[in-house]
Design a protein around this ligand. Structure first.
Ligand code: PFF
Length: 447
């Protein structure tokens, strides 16, 4: 449930619809599902197995499984990815909190399509407000990680996640009754293969990694906490099914409404924030529905930010104890969890402020070739850094460990059928690395 909580988040409800909308709808959906089948299962299993076998988070796990330190760079890459994702994810979580507060004050009542679009622009370009609203979820996340109350959060999400699913199903029912909703369904489910370009494939792969939280070591930590007899394959299937279901539901809610209300499907990152209030205005018990939906969205976002922050905090704890020696030759003492949380929050806080300044146009020097930091972090992490780390993990576990006598990590055992184990190893050694390399080369125009 905790791993599902990490996977299901804004990636499903915010990012999936906007990326699908920008990349042709149905064609994107098909490529996305192929990526989930190709990469999801072997990579989720790999991260769980690395954690389960080593009992550590990314830094300690790579050190323990491979004594010579040649693969340690993977844990640095994971940590850096977590940092950059936090640099924009808290901003989107801040938008959710802002919308929750506005739903409580009934701000959206009677707003037209144009007014909702203008409203989002006004919110997103208000620098002090954006800074305050991105720091708020960061502080909440830091508090959870500080007090190490993940167990409580897991119990809470066991109740709230089904509630979110139920709420989304009700919204599906409502949007499908709107006039013109069938155009949106066609856009989302009818594949126009001429729309598929190397860039679309790259985006679909990136979205798959981002949405399933793979290629970042977050799930290594969850693997470390798994009971010995937990079936890794079955757990991976559950996470994949739930995550994909929520993404598809989000598409089925957003696209019919986009066409029924006259929005543009290629609106970009603001897509769901202009469409959702319009849908919620059409629900019965409008105020209750709106407040409940945005509150659940905030919780879904927080269960993901907790796992993101955990990666960096665990990295700082483990790395500070392992790197270097004190002058007297004694090993250094690891930093406490609390100190690591403070360091992480300070760095992420600075990054968030810079990201907001770059988005609101307050600092032109904070853009890279015309792209603001938000766009850079989002694209770099999903399309380059996570696939690269996944490629590294696949080669490390698939090819390197057997030679080092670490075969155990390749053995999912405990309740996993023999053929599943064999198929897993084959996929990890051949399919995952080849597919990632081909997609990279293709998008660079080499193929
Ligand atoms: N999977 C999360 C989402 O879909 O919102 C985002 C995320 C969380 C990515 C944790 C990576 C991660 F380690």
């Amino acid at each position: 449930m905790a791993a599902a909580g990490s996977a299901v988040g804004l990636g499903n409800i915010w990012k999936f619809p906007y990326i699908a909308g920008e990349n042709g709808g149905g064609a994107f959906l098909i490529i996305y599902l192929v990526c989930v089948l190709l990469f999801g299962m072997p990579l989720l299993m790999t991260e769980f197995l690395i954690g389960k076998r080593s009992g550590k988070s990314a830094f300690g796990a790579f050190r323990e499984l491979n004594g010579n330190g040649r693969w340690q760079w993977l844990s640095w890459l994971c940590m850096l990815t977590a940092l950059l994702i936090m640099g924009f994810y808290f901003i989107v979580t801040g938008w959710c909190f802002n919308y929750l507060f506005e739903a409580v004050r009934n701000t959206f009542s009677g707003m037209s399509t144009e007014a909702l679009t203008a409203h989002f622009s006004a919110v997103a370009s208000d620098t002090p407000r954006m800074i305050a609203f991105s720091l708020l979820p960061m502080v909440l996340t830091a508090a959870v990680v500080w007090f190490d109350v993940n167990k409580g959060i897991e119990r809470l999400s066991k109740i709230l996640m089904p509630l979110l699913l139920g709420m989304m199903l009700l919204m599906v029912g409502r949007v499908l009754m709107l006039d013109g909703s069938n155009v949106g369904m066609q856009f989302f489910f009818r594949a126009d293969f001429s729309a598929i370009t190397p860039r679309v494939v790259m985006e679909a792969m990136g979205q798959c990694f981002f949405s399933l939280s793979i290629g970042m070591g977050a799930l290594i930590t969850y693997g470390a906490y798994m009971p010995k007899n937990q079936n890794v394959a079955a757990t991976s299937v559950q996470v994949i099914v739930l995550d994909t279901l929520v993404a598809i539901l989000a598409g089925v809610i957003i696209f019919p409404a986009v066409f029924a209300f006259g929005f543009n499907p290629a609106e970009g990152p603001q897509l769901v924030f202009v469409v959702l209030p319009a849908i919620l205005q059409q629900m019965s018990l409008t105020w209750v529905s709106s407040v409940l939906f945005f509150a659940l969205l905030c919780v879904a976002a927080l269960t993901s930010t907790i796992s993101l922050m955990e990666v960096m905090v665990a990295f700082i704890c483990e790395a500070s104890g392992a790197l270097g020696q004190r002058k007297n030759g004694q090993p250094r003492r690891a930093l406490s969890r609390q100190k690591s949380v403070m360091i992480t929050s300070a760095v992420v806080g600075v990054l968030l402020v810079l990201c907001v300044l770059s988005m609101t146009g307050k600092a032109d020097w904070l853009t890279i070739r015309g792209y603001n930091l938000f766009e850079c972090f989002d694209d770099m992490t999903a399309c380059v850094m996570m696939p690269l780390a996944a490629l590294g993990m696949a080669v490390f576990v698939g090819w390197n460990l057997p030679k080092d006598g670490g075969r155990g990590v390749l053995n999912p055992s405990q309740g996993v059928k023999r053929w599943v184990g064999k198929a897993y190893i084959f996929a990890l050694r051949w399919i995952v690395p080849l597919a990632i390399v081909i997609i990279f080369l293709n998008s660079l125009g080499v193929l």
